[in-house]
Ligand binder design. Structure first.
Ligand SMILES: Nc1ncnc2c1ncn2[C@@H]1O[C@H](COP(=O)(O)OP(=O)(O)OP(=O)(O)O)[C@@H](O)[C@H]1O
Ligand SMILES: [Mg+2]
Length: 243
């Protein structure tokens, strides 16, 4: 595959959060209660914790899909909530993968993968070529013209991964990417994500409540009740009584 990220791998953190707070419903729901962390360029970090602890909330802040209530959150030194054009940031810097795949049902697999490319100044031929390469990389070149409804769950997630890479992001935000898959497909998807992350040195943040999935990362951040409670390397966690 010829996926080459145009993003310079600069030293220093890609993401930096300091005392990040997010409250919903006028403060009645404290989803994040003072979260502080750094994510370095090219790292693969898993965020793990029980349902409702704030994992998706955190990912949404990182992807500029929602705004924090207080605290600071920076992408390569720039404040994410203060971005003049959050859509441009999402379009140029970030790829998203969701538990529910979020493929558009009336578009073919190939068209779905091309959707993020419409933000870029690419010709029709360039888009088509790149979609073909990405779908080849995820093992779906035989399904280009299929509608998502005709694919298996694992195939849909592979198509969604191809789409997440379409805009050549430096950062991939994955929220429970194996949550709707059986264990065999989950293994394949994790192998694929790990391969893509290593080959292209993408900074990958993966949210999961499954320790096996999370353990593919270089670092695991464990959350509880809107706070970070511990950090570890997968080797340590395997022997942790909390695991
Ligand atoms: N839009 C919203 N309005 C109000 N409360 C919300 C909203 N989104 C999330 N919450 C609440 O914020 C808290 C954190 O939710 P979040 O979705 O981040 O949890 P999570 O860790 O991703 O859980 P899960 O593993 O179930 O996906 C929960 O108590 C949730 O009910
Ligand atoms: Mg969630």
């Amino acid at each position: 595959m010829t996926y080459d990220s145009p993003h310079a791998h600069v030293p220093g953190p890609v993401f930096e959060a300091d005392q990040l707070v997010k409250e919903y419903d006028d403060g009645r729901v404290p989803a994040l209660r003072g979260v502080t962390f750094r994510i370095e360029d090219g790292e693969f970090v898993s965020i793990i914790g029980p349902s409702g602890c704030g994992k998706s909330t955190l990912l949404n802040m990182l992807g500029a899909l929602d705004r924090p209530t207080s605290g600071s959150l920076k992408f390569k030194g720039t404040s994410i909530p203060d971005l003049a054009d959050p859509a441009k940031y999402r379009g140029q810097e970030v790829g998203f993968i969701f538990q529910a795949f979020h493929l558009l049902p009336t578009f073919t697999v190939e068209e779905n993968v091309q959707i993020p490319m419409f933000e870029l100044p690419w010709s029709r031929a360039q888009r088509k070529k790149r979609a073909g390469e990405l779908l080849d990389a995820v093992g779906l070149s035989h399904r280009l013209g299929h509608l998502p409804t005709k694919l298996s769950g694992g195939e849909r997630q592979r198509a969604a991964i191809a789409r997440s890479l379409a805009n050549e992001p430096g950062v991939l935000l994955a929220d429970e990417p194996t949550g709707n898959l059986d264990s065999q497909n989950a293994v394949q998807i994790m192998d694929l994500l790990c391969r893509l992350q290593t080959e292209h040195r993408i900074t990958l943040l993966l949210v999961s409540h499954d320790l096996h999935v999370a353990s593919h990362a270089n670092r695991i951040i464990r959350m509880k009740d809107g706070q970070i409670v511990s950090e570890s390397r997968p080797g340590d966690v395997a022997h942790s009584p909390q695991a």
